[in-house]
Design a protein around this ligand. Structure first.
Ligand SMILES: C[S@@+](CC[C@H](N)C(=O)[O-])C[C@H]1O[C@@H](n2cnc3c(N)ncnc32)[C@H](O)[C@@H]1O
Length: 206
């Protein structure tokens, strides 16, 4: 029976979130941590909102000595990304369905993020939707918590106002410093092919 009690609904949402975080944690333990335990890798490079995995597969195929993880909310995109991984026969990239905050929460303390890449994130252009943007003070704090000295955050968008928003959020943060890094790998993502015309910024862990 569907409950109409608001307190019950809140508890139900929290319970479902916990189940998702646990599921992501299990995936990390059963897959990603195995590579770490084998001493093949000790850090991950993370793409948030990897879409169909074009760009991450490309960078992973050029850096076989590093581990890459792509997450996205949409199962269909993750299935497409996984097919690319299989076709390219890559054993240093994982794609999984996960929400960014939930993935960061599930990431164990012994697994650090070296680089984070965000390409063409949903811009949520209306002011009333700005709170839905991925880049927020609490997101930068959570990402910092799972990153380490030398870690970088790379951000690319075709939406000028979102780029300004991100630069400002980084400038306001005491945890990250605005950087001037070049974009680390020259290959298009699916949305870059569609929209092109992007600008980027980077941040360094403090
Ligand atoms: C506009 S698409 C860009 C996809 C890809 N980066 C590209 O450039 O082709 C944004 C993607 O981010 C995903 N996404 C949005 N919010 C997310 C979140 N909080 N956690 C993980 N993925 C998210 C969406 O499902 C979507 O696939």
């Amino acid at each position: 029976m569907i409950s109409t009690d608001p307190a019950h609904k809140v508890a139900q949402i929290a319970h479902e979130r916990l189940l998702r975080v646990n599921r992501v944690g299990e995936y990390i333990s059963n897959n990603i941590l195995q590579c770490i335990d084998d001493n093949k890798f000790n850090v991950i490079n993370l793409e948030i909102g990897c879409g169909h995995g074009h760009w991450l597969s490309s960078i992973a195929s050029c850096h076989k000595g590093e581990l890459f993880v792509g997450i996205d909310l949409l199962s269909k995109r993750i299935r497409k990304a996984d097919r690319k991984r299989e076709l390219l026969n890559l054993d240093n990239v994982f794609f999984l369905k996960a929400e960014a905050g939930e993935f960061l929460e599930a990431l164990p303390r012994n697994l650090h993020i070296k680089n984070t890449f965000i390409m063409y994130p949903d811009p949520w252009p209306k002011k009333k939707h700005h709170k839905k943007r991925l880049i927020q003070r609490c997101f930068l704090r959570m990402l910092h918590d799972k990153s380490h000295r030398g870690s970088k955050l790379y951000f690319k968008t075709d939406h000028e106002a979102y780029l300004d928003w991100t630069r400002q959020a980084i400038a306001n943060s005491s945890l990250w410093e605005l950087g001037t890094e070049d974009w680390p790998h020259d290959a298009p993502s699916y949305f870059e092919d569609l929209f092109g015309n992007s600008n980027s910024c980077s941040a360094t862990y403090l």
